[in-house]
Design a protein around this ligand. Structure first.
Ligand code: NAG
Ligand code: NAG
Ligand code: NAG
Ligand code: NAG
Ligand code: NAG
Ligand code: NAG
Ligand code: NAG
Ligand code: NAG
Ligand code: NAG
Length: 481
């Protein structure tokens, strides 16, 4: 009896001992916002609530003193700025504000925890109940700090020449032409709903995302949508399917990986941050970045997630987040575990983590949802763009920052998986970081045309649209529409 009980409790031990989460990288979309077609775009109250709730979920999971799986070494109530890094593209109010709202959920006002006693015994509590100030660092843009939210042409603003060419190729592909022709009547039929903003000449597949975005915003916020009876469930569904097809086409192509430069750059940033935690025995355990849905899509493609489900080719919902956990079962009481004892787990929530608990998915077409750290690194390295010289090379850029960055690089293999880029000191720096930031505007790729109509007064005919749009975009690249 007694020995059986002892055996049972022994057997239960490994199960009972919780895993330790050693590091975490969160990449999140912004919350609900006003439509791209109606400038300036703002985070709505609903959107702020979504990201705030998401941040609160991450707090209850990883940060609070009673968190489910507390992040090793992370301060619970009072933020320690050395333990985390937060990034969002500059001059993008929607993403910057989303990051701030998320952080308020993650580290709410500290109240009594922030109260300090002066020498003369007076107690002082910081303003706003001990509001915690967490800087959101900007990801610099290669495109001369242009206002991303308003810049016209996504890949153009990224400065990655080869990616621009690749995305343009989508717009002249047979897939695109077929979708354009097949959906022309559908979009024209929507005009009574959208003609306050979209001209008849703009009601087509070219603006699939911008129109979807506009109608979706109206369905949530507008009490008086013109001809709203046209917006049946079937029509709304079709609108979303078309928008998804269009955005996926721009974000990823399995035989032309440069199109997914946004995901490749994010992968490089994730590798770099996680390595800092593993190799640095702790380092900054928490990294958070806010960015656009286009980054999700291109990363999904690169990580072979669409093999699990076509859902991964659809635009993710507002406040969606993906999280990469560094986990171990090894003891952490006397030393930080070595890389061999560390694994990586991937989670994704299609919406605010507070309402859609992040689920575990296997990456890279593998079966396991828990990958040895070394496997994760080698798989990610197959497509990750790790540093500036690498970015310059795959993007075919030699000017600007690339002129200096490339001087140190020798003839590494042409495969983007090359692991040999160890010759430079820089981490992800300006041009690369800029891609992530610039891709925020993936959302506008189609809206671009809309902008051009409204602000440049260009009348684009169906035949010449592509060339005209490109010319206009080039002219607009630095402009704030
Ligand atoms: C965004 O906010 C600005 C300033 O408050 C306002 O002028 C603008 O109309 C808002 N945009 C939309 C689409 O509501
Ligand atoms: C204590 O010191 C603070 C800061 O110098 C001052 O504002 C406050 O009036 C002092 N309180 C008393 C009771 O002296
Ligand atoms: C993907 O790339 C291939 C090869 O470049 C091309 O033939 C195909 O049309 C592209 N597909 C799309 C949707 O762009
Ligand atoms: C939009 O369409 C409706 C219904 O067809 C029409 O009455 C209205 O005049 C149109 N508005 C514009 C700005 O074209
Ligand atoms: C919202 O409703 C107003 C009428 O109250 C209409 O003029 C406007 O076009 C609508 N906006 C959208 C995005 O449907
Ligand atoms: C349309 O979809 C909404 C939300 O999913 C649902 O509540 C409603 O019943 C649907 N309407 C019809 C006519 O199917
Ligand atoms: C990982 O980090 C360590 C320590 O910071 C550094 O020496 C090493 O070069 C990094 N490795 C990679 C692949 O980035
Ligand atoms: C997320 O939800 C959107 C909207 O419902 C859908 O189009 C997309 O495919 C979903 N993505 C995933 C990965 O589930
Ligand atoms: C830790 O052990 C549990 C129970 O055996 C297992 O389910 C889990 O995957 C392990 N985690 C890691 C990181 O190895």
């Amino acid at each position: 009896m007694a020995s059986k009980a002892a055996l049972l409790s022994l057997a239960a031990l490994p199960l009972a001992r919780a895993e330790t989460v050693l590091g975490l990288y969160i990449f999140s979309r912004h919350g609900d916002r006003t439509p791209k077609a109606l400038k300036p775009t703002n985070l709505t109250s609903l959107g702020a609530e979504q990201v705030y709730a998401s941040g609160s979920w991450y707090r209850s999971q990883y940060v609070a003193s009673d968190a489910n799986t507390p992040l090793y070494g992370l301060s619970s109530d009072l933020v320690n700025l050395e333990q985390m890094a937060v990034m969002a593209p500059p001059m993008d109010n929607v993403l910057q504000n989303s990051a701030l709202a998320f952080l308020q959920g993650l580290y709410p006002p500290a109240g009594d925890f922030s109260t300090q006693e002066l020498r003369n015994d007076t107690e002082v509590t910081a303003p706003l109940g001990g509001y915690q100030y967490i800087p959101v660092n900007t990801v610099s843009t290669a495109a001369s700090g242009a206002n991303l939210e308003n810049s016209a042409w996504l890949q153009g603003a990224s400065g990655c020449d080869n990616a621009v060419v690749s995305s343009n190729n989508y717009l002249s592909s047979t897939e695109y032409k077929t979708a354009y022709d097949d959906s022309e009547a559908f979009f024209q039929d929507l005009l009574p709903v959208i003609n306050g903003t979209f001209a008849a000449s703009a009601a087509n597949f070219k603006n699939a995302y911008a129109i979807y975005d506009y109608v979706d915003g109206a369905v949530v916020h507008n009490q008086t949508i013109p001809s709203s009876d046209l917006l049946t469930n079937e029509t709304l569904r079709e609108l979303k399917v078309l928008a998804n097809e269009h955005e996926w086409g721009l974000a990823y192509n399995s035989t032309d990986e440069i199109r997914a430069i946004a995901g490749a750059t994010l992968a490089g940033q994730i590798l770099s941050a996680l390595n800092a935690t593993v190799a640095g025995h702790g380092g900054k355990p928490l990294n958070i970045q806010f960015g656009a849905y286009g980054v999700f899509l291109s990363f999904f493609g690169l990580a072979k997630l669409p093999a699990l489900s076509d859902d991964f080719t659809g635009v993710v919902n507002y406040a969606s987040s993906m999280a990469f956990e560094l986990v171990t079962n090894a003891s952490v009481s006397d030393r930080f575990p070595g890389a061999d004892d560390i694994s990586v787990r991937f989670r994704f929530a299609n919406g605010s983590a507070a309402s859609v608990t992040p689920s575990v998915y296997p990456l890279f077409g593998q079966d396991e949802t828990l990958l040895p750290y070394s496997t994760f690194v080698s798989e990610m390295s197959k497509f990750a763009v790790k540093d500036t010289p690498h970015w310059c090379k795959v993007c075919g850029v030699t000017a600007g920052d690339c002129a200096t960055a490339s001087s140190g690089s020798d003839g590494e293999g042409s495969g983007s998986g090359s692991d040999t880029v160890s010759n430079n000191k820089s981490n992800i720096s300006l041009p690369i970081a800029g891609v992530i930031g610039a891709l925020v505007t993936l959302a506008v790729v189609l809206g671009a045309e809309t902008l051009i109509y409204f602000f440049s007064g260009l009348m684009l005919t169906k035949k010449s649209t592509l060339a005209a749009a490109q010319a206009a975009a080039a002219g607009n690249a630095k402009g704030k529409a």
